[in-house]
Design a protein around this ligand. Sequence first.
Ligand SMILES: Nc1nc2c(ncn2[C@@H]2O[C@H](COP(=O)(O)OP(=O)(O)OP(=O)(O)O)[C@@H](O)[C@H]2O)c(=O)[nH]1
Ligand SMILES: [Mg+2]
Length: 207
Amino acid sequence: MEAFAWLLIFVGRPNAGKSSLIGKLTAVNPTIGKKPGSTRRINEYNLSKKFKVVDVPGWGKVHSRTKEFEERVKQEIVDYFEENSFRIPACVLVIDAKSLIDVSKRLSKKGIIPIDQELYQFLLSNKIKPIVVLNKIDKIYKHEADQAMEYFKDSVNFNRLSKQLQESFLFVSAKRGTNLDSLRDLIRQRLRDGGVEEFERYIKLSK
Ligand SMILES: Nc1nc2c(ncn2[C@@H]2O[C@H](COP(=O)(O)OP(=O)(O)OP(=O)(O)O)[C@@H](O)[C@H]2O)c(=O)[nH]1
Ligand SMILES: [Mg+2]
């Protein structure tokens, strides 16, 4: 049987920058790609014998892939979280700030719950306290980033969240390195809260 390990997970839509952030914050180098769908399966990387960082494929539509592929990936992710939620002290929901507004507004007009919000609720329902990062802020103006953040917070009923969850939303740029120290600190805080502070040292800005 596989030895027990704690998990730090990065999830989000295709192309949001999950693999890039893992590359910046840990010693592992996952595949990064220009096109959505670069990460094809759930990849677990050992940071130590008892601690892994998990790079998850994008949740949602990838143009070059079939509907069946998308559904299979979603099911794998759902199963993975349901099986492992008890050993996930920290989980980062990565959102592409630029596409958030475009996509979300279009969908919510049609009465469809946008994917990033759906994912957030899904994580909460699995007793996970997500850290939300709006990534790629180097690509947009500050007022657009603020607007995207407000929009996201509204759609997940920010005011009703616990104080700890409310303090777990931040802007970052994996590309420029903006605010990655704050992200690192939040992840470390979650590890401390989960009683696994011995793994804090694996979360550092190494590149
Ligand atoms: N401008 C900009 N580009 C970024 C940033 N973070 C990631 N990217 C780029 O976005 C693209 C996707 O990055 P990945 O890290 O592969 O994204 P992912 O979420 O792992 O994607 P999938 O595995 O396909 O779900 C790459 O071209 C990255 O270089 C950022 O902060 N700013
Ligand atoms: Mg990836």
